[in-house]
Design a protein around this ligand. Structure first.
Ligand SMILES: Cc1ncc(COP(=O)(O)O)c(C=O)c1O
Length: 379
């Protein structure tokens, strides 16, 4: 039988199994020392100790907490790139605020420029979410940070694709007012479901809103440190549990080596992709200020090619593909919010994009095969 080349595969071994078993045997399953240790590891390994993380149940939870902590409310506007996952829009809408789409720089650089952000800024703009798409740091982030500061706009980095990525040697997630990480199954660091929100000085507030707004935790009470608690603000239950935190610790230990494997696959793609197929990774690799972490392999098909046909042809060859992301204006829940006319680059990318397999269990030969089949499919 021919090998399936999947878009993504989980990569765990005995180390994760042992770590999970240890937590289960300990009898303490949430809100404890393993979560604290996971947070320390995120700080050290992903944030270079330049911001502090609070581990949570997902990146969506992290984004929601960042917006709540920034006091985003009904009628406020939050800038979000058109090229992103729907949770960036949903968290804004959940607070009664309005997500405002901004475009990305070009067909070869898929994050917003300062001009893209400025173009959609109004008096109502209270926050701006930037996405380090595909693991590539947003090139204009320092300029955008300066602009946001001058307008009192909160800057949130969505680091779901980019744990450990750097720009000018500074870690993604430690540049804006908040960083939000995803440890969902298919991410570079996987705990099944999970995430983290980072900040320079909001750790205590974020910890409280993560857990109902309570001023003490179950662990504090079990250790006899306190008997009761106050509820100092309205919070939610966005805690991660100790089992996932244990998985996360083992995954972080492996991240450097795993990223090297990802880089090998990426380089193989760049050497072998058909010349008329574009990818944002090319410009990113050429830019020495950026250290990207190669989360996914998005490409733009040549003009006039029917995407569905390519997807089908690759599927017949046991090569799975996907897309990042469907158009926000195509979602029925957003039909009154968005129109495509204002974001021409994102619109074209969304129309022509497919994502090829990229994960740590595939080989360079697999990537070569994908390129050969892609060439045949588009010729
Ligand atoms: C860019 C981006 N932001 C946010 C999320 C949401 O992450 P989670 O599933 O951890 O809530 C994702 C998930 O795929 C994502 O890709």
């Amino acid at each position: 039988m021919k090998k399936n080349i999947k878009i993504f595969e989980s990569d765990f071994d005995q180390k994760e199994l042992k770590a999970v078993a240890k937590v289960v045997k300990s009898g303490w399953l949430t809100n404890g020392a393993v979560t604290e240790s996971f947070e320390e590891k995120i700080n050290r390994n992903l944030l270079n100790d330049e911001a502090e993380a609070v581990a949570v149940s997902s990146c969506t939870a992290a984004l929601h907490l960042a917006l709540i902590a920034s006091k985003i409310e009904r009628g406020d506007e939050v800038i979000v790139p058109a090229l992103t996952f729907v949770s960036d829009f949903n968290v804004v809408k959940a607070l009664g605020a309005n997500p405002i789409l901004c475009d990305v720089s070009s067909l070869t650089e898929w994050s917003p420029s300062l001009e893209d952000v400025k173009r959609v800024t109004t008096k109502k703009t209270k926050a701006c979410i930037l996405v380090h798409f595909a693991g590539i740091p947003c090139k204009d982030i320092f300029k955008i940070k300066k602009f946001c500061k001058s307008k009192k706009i909160v800057l949130i980095e969505d680091v779901a694709h980019a744990p450990g990525a750097k720009i000018h040697k500074q870690s993604c997630g430690s540049i804006g007012d908040f960083g939000t990480f995803s440890f969902y199954s298919n991410k570079n660091i996987s705990t099944g479901e999970g995430g983290a929100v980072s900040s320079k000085n909001k750790k205590d507030l974020l910890k409280r809103i993560r857990s109902h707004g309570m001023t003490s935790s179950t662990l504090d009470r079990e250790k006899g440190r306190v008997f009761s608690y106050d509820v100092s603000e309205i919070g939610l239950n966005y805690r991660i549990d100790e089992i996932r935190a244990a998985l996360g610790i083992e995954q972080i230990k492996k991240i450097k080596n795993k990223n090297k494997l990802r880089r090998k696959i990426l380089l193989t793609y760049l050497e072998n992709l058909p010349v008329n197929v574009l990818t944002p990774h090319k410009a990113a690799l050429e830019n020495k200020d950026l250290l990207s972490v190669d989360h996914i392999m998005p490409v733009l098909l040549p003009h006039g090619i029917e995407r569905n046909k390519i997807v089908e042809k690759l599927k017949i060859k046991n090569i799975q593909t996907t897309m990042h992301y469907p158009a926000p204006w195509s979602f029925s829940a957003y039909k009154n919010d968005f129109s495509k006319s204002k974001t021409p680059f994102s619109t074209e990318i969304i129309d022509r994009e497919i994502t090829l397999p990229l994960h740590t269990l595939m080989t360079q030969k697999d990537a070569e095969k994908v390129c050969i089949e892609l060439k045949k499919a588009i010729s």
